[in-house]
Design a protein around this ligand. Structure first.
Ligand code: OXD
Length: 323
């Protein structure tokens, strides 16, 4: 493992320049002795790739790593590494770390916010308010209902804790099932997914996007949900078949859904999902909260120091598994 002082840190968000600048500003405070270089455009990053030792990235461009001769660490800015992996051209010595563990608080609040908004029909209330319309409607409970969480990691655990406070029964899937506080049943594999979906009144997807999970929630899986169920995707658009979701919202099989992530981001203005009945669309914001950049900076500072000292890094990603 190569060690040695790292003088420059490179940042590339690849999606939202303001976020790249925000993390760069934090890094300048957290490691004032190092130079922080931001590349907003892909061409800038490509032009610099041979000199980069440490890169903070969210959506790095594909197929540019063979020239990354000095690269030692890619610290991903989010928990997901699907924008980077698989990367067959990435030199073997490059370590990849992600930001897992930083999202539990804000994403669990967001998951509950979406479940409550759907159950309590907040979009309908706002529509009626805009139309000055006074008309009553029924509102299902969360209490006593079953919440199925696909992908019970750190975020799923935080969602389970909050759902339990609402009196929900919580079940979910995990690659290797282990007992979890506030989760009544943890299962794995395709049979586990089927069981969870069949029993759920509310389903929340929190899986990483990997070759294994891509497209894994299609028409068949959505049909396993009980008629009138609510579906929330906070993971990645590529996991869910969007056409199948649209059809099940149009048919009323699903009473409602919320999605923060889409196959195409930013979602083009002509995408039919914008107008899907009972779908709440949010622009990939569930993981953002004001303190996130500070916590991400602290993780990056720690990992750069560990790298210099030749110590094991935090949040190392398994390249084969893709998370
Ligand atoms: C993430 C995200 O991967 O915010 O963390 O999408």
């Amino acid at each position: 493992m190569s060690t040695g002082r790292i003088a420059k840190i490179h940042v590339h968000h690849g999606f939202e320049p303001a976020i790249g600048e925000a993390i760069a500003a934090q890094l300048r405070q957290g490691m004032p002795e190092r130079e922080i270089v931001v590349s907003h455009r892909e061409e800038e990053l490509r032009a610099r790739i041979a000199e980069i030792e440490v890169l903070l990235a969210f959506r790095p461009p594909r197929g540019m790593w063979s020239g990354a001769r000095r690269l030692r660490l890619i610290q991903m800015m989010g928990a997901g590494v699907d924008a980077l992996l698989p990367a067959p051209d990435l030199p073997a010595q490059v370590q990849i770390t992600n930001a897992r563990g930083l999202h539990g608080a804000q994403m669990s609040e967001f998951a509950l916010a979406m479940m409550l908004a759907l159950a309590k029909r907040i979009p309908r209330a706002l529509e009626q308010q805009r139309a000055h319309l006074w008309k009553l409607y029924g509102l299902p409970l969360l209490g006593g209902k079953t919440l199925g969480i696909l992908g019970l990691g750190a975020i799923g655990a935080a969602v389970a804790d909050k759902a339990r406070a609402f009196g929900m029964r919580v079940i979910g899937t995990q690659r290797t099932p282990r007992e979890m506080a506030n989760v009544d049943l943890v299962v794995s594999g395709p049979e586990g997914t089927e069981r969870v979906l069949r029993e759920s009144n509310y389903a929340v997807v929190l899986l990483p996007l990997t070759p294994e999970t891509r497209g894994s929630i299609g028409a068949r899986e959505l049909d396993w949900l009980r008629p009138g169920a609510f579906f929330v995707n906070l993971a990645r658009g590529g996991i869910v078949d969007e056409q199948a979701l649209l059809e099940r919202l149009r048919s009323g099989h699903l009473a409602g859904a919320a999605s923060d992530v889409f196959a195409r981001e930013p979602m083009p203005p002509d995408d039919p999902l914008w107008d899907a009945p009972n779908l709440i669309v949010t622009p990939h914001v569930a993981g953002l909260e004001p303190e996130y950049m500070v916590r991400l900076m602290e993780l990056a500072v720690d990992n750069v120091s560990r790298l210099e000292r030749g110590e094991p890094l935090r949040n190392l990603v398994d390249r084969e598994r893709g998370y």
